[in-house]
Write a protein that binds this ligand. Structure first.
Ligand code: IMP
Ligand code: MG
Length: 174
């Protein structure tokens, strides 16, 4: 991997600070409730790991894996569940944890799918949001950073399964 091909968009220290703020807000909003976080594999793994360590309320975690058919850096809108939850979410307070909302197609599908399982409440936290790219209306309840329409890597986000381990969120200059 060549450092010259990438440019830091959000440095690690800034990500950490923002996650602490998000976690404080989430802890406050869910105080007195048992929260179930659902991480969307694989991109959200690092965000979820850092987020839970800043929460000061009881929390359980589970994961789902979804994939969209078609091109790799653009979503086709057809979403397939590759790994489902291990438990029922009926009557639970559920928070979906996602790395980035781009066209909104993945989360619109996932949100409807999970809503049909009758959770007590269902919300979404995303680390990043690219509102300019939306194809369907979707507004996350909590968002770390709104970013411009650039393809980003690092902190869990990949390009062709690479670069997820970068501590900063970077723009890949291709
Ligand atoms: P959406 O269905 O278009 O909102 O796509 C969301 C998914 O596309 C994310 O969960 C990412 O896996 C991927 N994605 C969208 N934009 C980027 C990006 O800039 N970098 C890396 N992955 C991205
Ligand atoms: Mg993802």
């Amino acid at each position: 991997m060549n450092r010259e091909q990438m440019e830091v968009m959000i440095p690690a220290e800034e990500i950490e600070k923002r996650i602490a703020e998000l976690a404080a807000k989430i802890s406050e909003d869910y105080r007195g409730h048992d929260l179930l976080l659902i991480g969307v594999l694989k991109g959200a793994v690092i965000f979820l790991s850092d987020l839970i360590r800043h929460l000061d309320i009881p929390v359980a975690i589970d994961f789902m894996a979804v994939s969209s058919y078609g091109a790799d850096t653009t979503s086709s809108g057809v979403v397939r569940i590759q790994k489902d939850l291990e438990q029922s979410i009926k009557d639970k307070d559920v928070l979906i944890v996602e790395d980035i909302v781009d066209t909104g197609l993945t989360l619109s599908y996932l949100f409807e799918n999970l809503a049909s399982r009758n959770p007590r409440s269902l919300k979404v936290v995303t680390l990043l949001d690219k509102p300019e790219r939306r194809k369907v209306e979707f507004n996350p309840d909590y968002c770390g950073f709104c970013i411009p329409d650039r393809f980003v890597i690092g902190y869990g986000l990949d390009f062709d399964e690479n670069y997820r381990q970068l501590p900063d969120i970077c723009v890949l200059n291709q």
